[in-house]
Design a protein around this ligand. Structure first.
Ligand SMILES: *Cc1c(COP(=O)(O)O)cnc(C)c1O
Length: 379
C-alpha cells in the first residue's frame, strides 16, 4: 500500500521473520504503537511541560527515569537522542581536547566519531583477531600504562562496548571496571547491544556511566532515543544545568528526544523489564541455531559458545552457490525472502550476521531449516 505516489508502507515485522540484529530488539509491542500514534505530532510531550523533558510529571517521564535507574542499578538517568549522544555527552562533559581516551577494538563507529568530535586522543585495546575477536579485560591495563608512558597521565575515560554489533561477543565488564578502578580511570559501559535484552547491573559491574540505545535494545521502535545513566558521583559534572536556564541540562542542550520516541520507550518498558529475565532462553536459541548452521558447514566467528542473540557467520558453501545462481550474490536474500525470512543484507553470502532475538523456538527452527534447505538445494 502507498501513502503517497512514491511512498510505500513498510510491512517487515507483520509479514516476515526479521533477523536483522539492528532491529530485532527494537521491535515495538502493540501498546507501543498505540502510544506512538497518539504522541506522533510535534512536541507532543510538551503539553504539560514543567521546564525540562526529564523532569516531566505528565506524561510521567521523571518517575519513569527513576525506575530505569533502579532497573540498571545506577543513580540517575536522562533521555538522549540515541546512544551516540549519551557517549558524546560524557566525553564533552569530562574531557578536554587533547586528553587521552581508551576504547575497545570492537567499538561501534559512533564511539570513535564521538571521540573525534570531542577532539580527544584515541587509544585502542585491540581484540585477539580472527576467529574470536575477543577483548581481553586485562589489556585495558596495558593500554592505560602505555598512555601514562606517552602522555605522563592516565586517560580521562575508558569506554567498553559491552556487546559488540559485529560478533555479539559479551565482554566481562566487571573485569574491565576493576582494571579501571585500579588505575583510577572513569569507566563508561556502552550497552547498546546488552541492556534491554539481558540483565545489566551497573553497581555490580562498577560502571561510572551506562549508555543505551533504546530504538535498538529497548523496544522503542523507529524513533531516536537513548539513555545515559550515571552514579551519584558524576551527576554534578555530567548533568550540570545551563548557567542561565537552571533546569536545562547542558549536555543534551536542555531537552533531548521531545516526542513519540519517549512515549514508545515508556510504553515498552514494563515488557522490557520482564523480558530480560528470560535472557537464558535467548542464549539457548542462539546456541541451538549455531549448532544447526555449523552442521551445515556455515561457521560462526566470534567467541564460542555464543553468549548473545547476535551471531556472525562465514560460509564458503553459500558463497560458492552465488557463483552459479542466476541472481548472483543476491540469491541468498531472495531465497530467504521466499521462505519468509528477511534481515540479512542483500548481496551478502560469505560473511553475514543475524539475530534470533525474541523469536519463538518454532521460528528459530524455521530459520535453521531455511539455511539448510538453501544449502542443499543449490550446493
Ligand atoms: C547501535 C550502536 C550504537 C549507536 O546507537 P544509537 O542509539 O543509534 O546512537 C552505539 N554503540 C553500539 C555498540 C551499537 O551497537
Amino acid at each position: 500500500m502507498k501513502v503517497t505516489e512514491n511512498l510505500e508502507l513498510r510491512d517487515r515485522e507483520e509479514d516476515c521473520i526479521n533477523i536483522n540484529p539492528l532491529q530485532a530488539a527494537g521491535r515495538t509491542y502493540p501498546e507501543t504503537r498505540m502510544a506512538v500514534d497518539s504522541y506522533v505530532d510535534g512536541y507532543s510531550v510538551c503539553d504539560w511541560c514543567a521546564g525540562a523533558l526529564c523532569k516531566m510529571e505528565k506524561p510521567p517521564v521523571k518517575s519513569f527515569l527513576e525506575e530505569v535507574s533502579a532497573f540498571l542499578n545506577m543513580d540517575q538517568t536522562i533521555l538522549t537522542n540515541g546512544c551516540r549522544e549519551a557517549k558524546y555527552s560524557v566525553l564533552h562533559a569530562i574531557t578536554n581536547p587533547g586528553d587521552a581516551v581508551v576504547i575497545d577494538g570492537n567499538k561501534h563507529y559512533t564511539t570513535y566519531v564521538a571521540c573525534e568530535r570531542a577532539r580527544v586522543k584515541i587509544y585502542e585495546v585491540a581484540s585477539n583477531g580472527s576467529p574470536e575477536y575477543k577483548i581481553n579485560p586485562e589489556d585495558y591495563g596495558k593500554v592505560f600504562e602505555q598512555v601514562k608512558k606517552e602522555t605522563g597521565k592516565m586517560p580521562k575515560l575508558a569506554i567498553l562496548t559491552h556487546v559488540d554489533g559485529s560478533y555479539g561477543n559479551v565482554v566481562d565488564a566487571k573485569k574491565v571496571a576493576d582494571v579501571c578502578k585500579q588505575h583510577n580511570v572513569p569507566f563508561l559501559l556502552n550497552t547498546a547491544y546488552s541492556s534491554g535484552r539481558m540483565p545489566v547491573d551497573g553497581k555490580k559491574i562498577g560502571a561510572d556511566f551506562i549508555t543505551a540505545s533504546c530504538h535498538k535494545g529497548w523496544a522503542a521502535g523507529g524513533g531516536n532515543i537513548g539513555l545515559l545513566s550515571v552514579t551519584e558521583k558524576w551527576v554534578k559534572d555530567v548533568f550540570a544545568p545551563s548557567a542561565k536556564y537552571g533546569v536545562k541540562p547542558l549536555e543534551i542542550i536542555g531537552c533531548s528526544t521531545r516526542g513519540s520516541a519517549t512515549l514508545a520507550l515508556m510504553a515498552s518498558f514494563p515488557r522490557v523489564r520482564e523480558r530480560v529475565k528470560h535472557w537464558d532462553k535467548e542464549v539457548e536459541n542462539s546456541r541451538w541455531i549455531v549448532k544447526q548452521l555449523e552442521e551445515a558447514g556455515i561457521r560462526k566467528l566470534g567467541v564460542k559458545p555464543s553468549e548473545h542473540d547476535l551471531n556472525f557467520f562465514e560460509s564458503d558453501i553459500l558463497y560458492k552457490i552465488s557463483e552459479k545462481h542466476k541472481k548472483k550474490n543476491f540469491y541468498l536474500y531472495y531465497e530467504l525472502k521466499d521462505r519468509g525470512i528477511v534481515g540479512i543484507k542483500a548481496g551478502l553470502t560469505k560473511n553475514f550476521k543475524f539475530s534470533t532475538y525474541g523469536k519463538t523456538r518454532e521460528q528459530v527452527e524455521h530459520i535453521a531449516w531455511a539455511f539448510k534447505d538453501i544449502a542443499e538445494k543449490f550446493g
